[in-house]
Design a protein around this ligand. Structure first.
Ligand SMILES: Nc1nc2c(ncn2[C@@H]2O[C@H](COP(=O)(O)OP(=O)(O)OP(=O)(O)O)[C@@H](O)[C@H]2O)c(=O)[nH]1
Length: 497
């Protein structure tokens, strides 16, 4: 409330001083304007200090824009004080009014996305500076020398000024309705209130200037600054919290915003070509080129990110369903594949078989050589089972502990017996030394079960059957293959049935 009181006092003082001097652009009315602008600058600065890190940059840009206005009005005061209305200080005031566009452009056109390439920010800065230089050159050329007397020149300057001011305001409003976070909505709400009222005031002020400024006209410039101070310090309106645009709307607006920069440069380039054709053409082309580069850099970054996401998704896909120690399929993958194999067997009439493989005397192996050697042994066995002993359609999985399961698709009991014998032999051929085992090296016992066509076979039932056959192999002396049901049993150790 105190700030509003100060503002009202300053506005009244400005009016009284202007009325007394009878001239809008006198030293004291101008000083009052600087005071109002300083209050606005302070209010924005306070918001910047209290903001979260992500939203600090736009508030800083808004503060910079107001600072340019303060410096512009302040330089005017000095120019009046030192009687330098058309010298260095006046030129500096024009430069500062051009520079005001740079932070404004930056805050309404940038996406402020964290993953945006740095080079894009550099391109945007170059384009914003181009706008500032063109504004300065264009206005100083058209408003000085013989062109200053030409009504068409004046009209063109007014049109350009309006186009810039209203484009900035329009983009700020668009960003307000495209912002998904409340903090950003509040920022754009403040910025658009300031830019829109500033644009309206500039339109009126510039038209008034054509016929000579009335004494009160300087107070018009107070309005956007006073409004900015009030909006920045007060609590945000409730609808700002409630409103939330859909993601697609938000993304579209954020991607569209940067075009304003190029559009502005093209527009100024075309207008400048009236006075000086070649620079105007060069600037217009540069703007299109910069926009193309901007799109190319962002597209390339997006493609990089997509590639990285695809790769990690692939890795994740590979990791899910894998046993972390041995790298072969885990229990979850086994369940899925076994169900599929059983379904296929039922549909085609070609049964699948299951081998349950268990390393013999593995506890003693661990006890005598240690757990790390035990892990290495498991990896070797898994590799031997999966490397070239089974078809690609079959599946070798770690069932748990030192137990492995092999799903043999479209394989009758007799063939499964042959495969089991081959696998047992390949493990024996590894010749993994087992100091406390009866054979001196690692051997396995295998239980076989085969899908029965006449009975609906559940994956669990087939696993239990293989487990029973494995138990039989262990009981019958280990290093053996046993089949469930009445299939023949096989002593794998010495090759005798
Ligand atoms: N190193 C290692 N050992 C494991 C792992 N999983 C289970 N084991 C060990 O495997 C051993 C299995 O012991 P048992 O079930 O008694 O079987 P076994 O000693 O092979 O005896 P039989 O199967 O009857 O020949 C236990 O000592 C477990 O600690 C593992 O991932 N790494």
């Amino acid at each position: 409330m105190r700030v509003i009181g100060v503002l009202v006092l300053l506005l009244l003082t400005h009016l009284v001083l202007a009325n007394r001097s009878g001239h809008a652009q006198d030293v004291w009315p101008q000083a009052a304007l600087v005071a109002v602008q300083c209050v606005a600058l302070w209010a924005v600065f306070m918001r910047w200090r209290r903001s979260a890190a992500l939203i600090r940059l736009p508030w800083l840009l808004l503060a910079l824009a107001v600072l340019m206005q303060v410096l512009w009005a302040g330089t005017n005061v000095f120019a009046l004080l030192f009687g330098d209305k058309s010298g260095f200080l006046a030129a500096m005031a024009t430069v500062l009014s051009g520079l005001y566009v740079v932070p404004c452009m930056f805050m309404v056109t940038r996406s402020f996305a964290r993953n945006e390439p740095r080079i894009v920010a550099v391109l945007d800065l170059v384009l914003s500076c181009m706008v500032a230089v063109l504004v300065y050159k264009f206005f100083t050329t058209l408003l000085s020398g013989p062109l200053a007397a030409d009504p068409n020149s004046i009209k063109l300057v007014l049109f350009q000024a309006d186009a810039i001011d209203y484009s900035l305001a329009f983009m700020a409003i668009l960003r307000l309705f495209g912002a998904r976070s409340f903090r950003w909505r509040f920022f754009y709400f403040t910025a658009s209130a300031y830019l829109l009222v500033n644009a309206i005031v500039a339109t009126v002020y510039n038209r008034l200037e054509l016929h000579g400024l009335p004494w009160w006209s300087g107070s018009l410039i107070d309005i956007p600054h006073a409004l900015l101070a009030v909006v920045a310090i007060r609590q945000p309106p409730r609808w700002l919290r409630a409103y939330r645009p859909p993601l697609t709307v938000s993304q579209t607006i954020a991607s569209f915003a940067p075009i304003l920069l190029s559009m502005m440069v093209v527009m100024l380039g075309i207008s400048s070509s009236r006075i000086n054709f070649v620079p105007g053409l060069v600037v217009g082309c540069a703007s299109v080129l910069f926009y193309g580069l901007r799109v190319a850099f962002i597209e390339s970054r997006n493609m990089d990110m997509k590639r990285a996401v695809d790769l990690s998704a692939l890795r994740l896909e590979q990791q899910v369903g894998r046993d972390p120690l041995t790298g072969i399929a885990n229990r979850a993958a086994l369940d899925t594949r076994l169900r599929e194999a059983l379904e296929e067997g039922r549909r085609t009439g070609r049964c699948c078989s299951l081998l349950m493989i268990d390393i013999d005397y593995f506890k003693q192996y661990n006890d005598s050589l240690g757990h790390v050697a035990g892990d290495t042994c498991l990896v070797k066995v898994a590799y031997a089972l999966s490397s070239s002993q089974v078809r690609t359609r079959d599946l070798v999985a770690r069932y748990g502990g030192e137990e492995f399961v092999v799903v043999l698709v479209d394989t009758p009991a007799e063939t499964a017996l042959e495969v089991a014998r081959r696998l047992a032999a390949s493990i024996e051929h590894l010749q993994i030394a087992h100091p406390s085992g009866p054979h001196g090296w690692i051997t396995v016992s295998i239980g076989i079960s085969t899908q029965a066509l006449d009975a609906p076979v559940e994956p669990m039932a087939l696993l239990e059957e293989a487990d029973r056959a494995l138990y039989l192999a262990k009981r019958n002396g280990r290093n053996r293959v046993e089949a469930a049901g009445d299939t023949a049993s096989l002593d794998t150790g010495r090759g005798a049935i």
